[in-house]
Write a protein that binds this ligand. Structure first.
Ligand code: NI
Length: 172
């Protein structure tokens, strides 16, 4: 079984680099990396993970909108993606990032996106995604371009600590 990888945290310059395309999706190193990233995502209880977050500056990320009701087999493996924002309202919601522990922030994202990508067999897909999955894709896609959600925060007031977030959720 693949081993979970260490997640790089804010401060590591790899998070601010533009990631490179993957010419050979079927290369054994890429297949191993995908398995390791799946283990890492499961282990971290996350809903998305981009390759730069495990120290690999390549255009690959995982999206797992519902880890409770679905299994790891349902993780969307996104390679060499092209993301298009579809005409839709922008929606504000709270995000976190495995590379920025202890923080949350309210980020405005498009409700509807079109995603074209290769899966781990190299097959090309084109899907329309909405709401939470669209949000995760926009967040992960940013990681490939050296952008973190903090760059999308419009005011400091939109940031909060994990502790504040947890207490707020408990009081809802
Ligand atoms: Ni992130």
């Amino acid at each position: 079984m693949a081993k979970a990888l260490k997640i790089v945290e804010l401060g590591d310059p790899i998070l601010f680099k533009k990631a490179a395309p993957i010419p050979d999706v079927l290369h054994p190193d890429i297949q191993t990396l995908i398995d390791q990233m799946i283990e890492t995502l499961k282990h971290a209880n996350g809903v998305g993970l981009a390759a730069p977050q495990v120290g690999v500056s390549k255009r690959l990320y995982l999206v797992w909108p519902d880890p409770v009701a679905t299994t790891a087999a349902d993780i969307r493996i996104v390679i060499n993606p092209k993301l298009t924002q579809l005409p839709s309202p922008k929606v504000r919601d709270i995000e976190g990032c495995l590379s920025i522990p202890g923080m949350r922030g309210t980020v405005s994202r498009h409700q509807l996106v079109q995603l074209q990508y290769q899966d781990r067999t190299g097959e090309t897909h084109s899907v329309t995604l909405r709401d939470f999955e669209a949000r995760i894709v926009q967040h992960e896609h940013d990681h490939l371009d050296g952008i973190v959600y903090l760059d999308r925060i419009s005011a400091t007031q939109d940031l909060m600590t994990e502790g504040y977030y947890t207490r707020m959720e408990e009081n809802l």
